[in-house]
Design a protein. Structure first.
Ligand code: GLY
Length: 295
C-alpha cells in the first residue's frame, strides 16, 4: 500500500513538472520529456533506473517520442524518434528525442544508439547503475516461472505522457524496461511509432501493456485515427477492447485530442493516470475495462 501511495505521489509530481512548464508557455514536447524523465529516474517505475530485467538478468530499454508542430502557415509537421534495446542511458526518451532532432532516422538500437548518445552529448552510464536491488530480487524470484511459462506477461509500469501546448502542438512519449524475462534483443511497442506512441493533427496517444499485442494492433495509430468524430474516452475504451478480443492481452492507453480533451482506459490489474487540464491536477486509479471472456 505504501508503494501505491508513493507511486501516486511520484506520478503527480512528474505531471506537475510538465504542467508547470506548459503554464509558463513551454512546448508540449518539453512537457512530455520532463514528465517522462522524472518517472524514468524514479525506481518504482519500469523505465530508466528500476527497469525490469530480461532473461539474462540485464536491462534493455525502449522509448519513443513523436510530435506534431504547427508551421507558420498552420501546416502540421510530424516528427518522431525512438530507441530500442538500450542499456547505457538513464533517460531513453531523451535519447529518442535526440534521434528525432539530430538524425535523419526514426529509430536507433543497441550499440549504435549508445554510440550516437555519446556523439549527441548524452552521458552513458553502466548498466549496473540502472539495476535496483528490487529488480534483481524480482528477477531471481521469477526465473523459475519464466522457464515454465516464457515471457508473455504484460509489461508492468511502463511510463508515458501526452500533451498539447498553447500553440496547438501535440507530443507523446513512452518509455519502458519492457517485459520481465524477455529474450535479449526483444523490442516492444514502446519503441515503435504507431504501436506504443503516436501523434497526428488529431491528437496523441501513449500505450502500456503487452507489447506484442499492441504492435499487432498498431494500437496508438489506430486510436489517434479514430479521434475523428469520437471522444478520446470512447476511443480509449475501444482501443483497449481490441486488445481484449481476440488476443486477451493486457494493456492501457492515454489519449489527448486536438481540443485538449483527455481519455484513458485499460484492462490490466491496475493503471494510474495523472491529468492536468489548465485548471487542475488530478490523479486516478483507473477502473479496468472488462469484456465478457469465454475462458
Ligand atoms: N509495453 C511495453 C512492452 O511490451 O515492452
Amino acid at each position: 500500500m505504501e508503494d501505491r501511495t508513493e507511486r501516486r505521489q511520484a506520478l503527480l509530481a512528474a505531471v506537475r513538472r510538465g504542467a508547470d512548464l506548459l503554464r509558463e508557455g513551454g512546448s508540449a514536447l518539453d512537457a512530455v520529456q520532463v514528465t517522462v524523465a522524472e518517472l524514468e529516474d524514479d525506481t518504482r517505475f519500469n523505465a530508466g533506473t528500476g527497469s525490469v530485467l530480461n532473461s539474462v538478468g540485464t536491462v534493455e530499454m525502449d522509448a519513443s517520442v513523436m510530435v506534431m508542430e504547427r508551421g507558420r502557415g498552420g501546416e502540421a509537421r510530424i516528427s518522431a524518434g525512438a530507441v530500442a534495446a538500450v542499456s547505457r542511458v538513464k533517460n531513453p526518451l531523451m535519447l529518442a528525442r535526440a534521434v528525432m532532432e539530430e538524425t535523419a532516422h526514426v529509430m536507433l538500437a543497441g550499440s549504435g544508439a549508445h554510440r550516437f548518445a555519446r556523439r549527441a552529448g548524452i552521458e552513458l552510464c553502466r548498466v549496473e547503475d540502472l539495476i535496483t536491488a528490487r529488480a534483481r530480487e524480482r528477477w531471481r524470484a521469477r526465473q523459475l516461472q519464466f522457464r515454465k511459462q516464457g515471457s508473455s506477461a504484460a509489461a508492468p509500469s511502463t511510463v508515458g505522457a501526452v500533451a498539447i501546448d498553447s500553440n496547438g502542438n501535440i507530443a507523446a512519449g513512452t518509455s519502458t524496461g519492457g517485459i520481465p524475462g524477455k529474450i535479449p534483443g526483444r523490442v516492444g511497442d514502446s519503441a515503435i511509432v504507431g504501436a506504443g506512441t503516436f501523434v497526428s493533427a488529431r491528437g496523441g496517444a501513449s500505450a502500456t501493456g503487452h507489447g506484442e499485442a499492441i504492435i499487432l494492433a498498431g494500437l496508438c495509430r489506430e486510436a489517434v485515427a479514430a479521434l475523428l468524430g469520437q471522444s478520446p474516452s470512447s476511443v480509449a475504451r475501444r482501443a483497449v477492447a481490441t486488445l481484449l478480443a481476440p488476443a486477451k492481452a493486457e494493456g492501457g492507453i492515454v489519449i489527448v485530442d486536438r481540443k485538449a480533451r483527455i481519455g484513458f482506459a485499460h484492462n490490466a490489474a491496475a493503471m494510474q493516470v495523472a491529468t492536468f487540464d489548465s485548471a487542475e491536477l488530478r490523479h486516478c486509479w483507473v477502473e479496468p475495462l472488462r469484456l465478457a471472456r469465454t475462458s
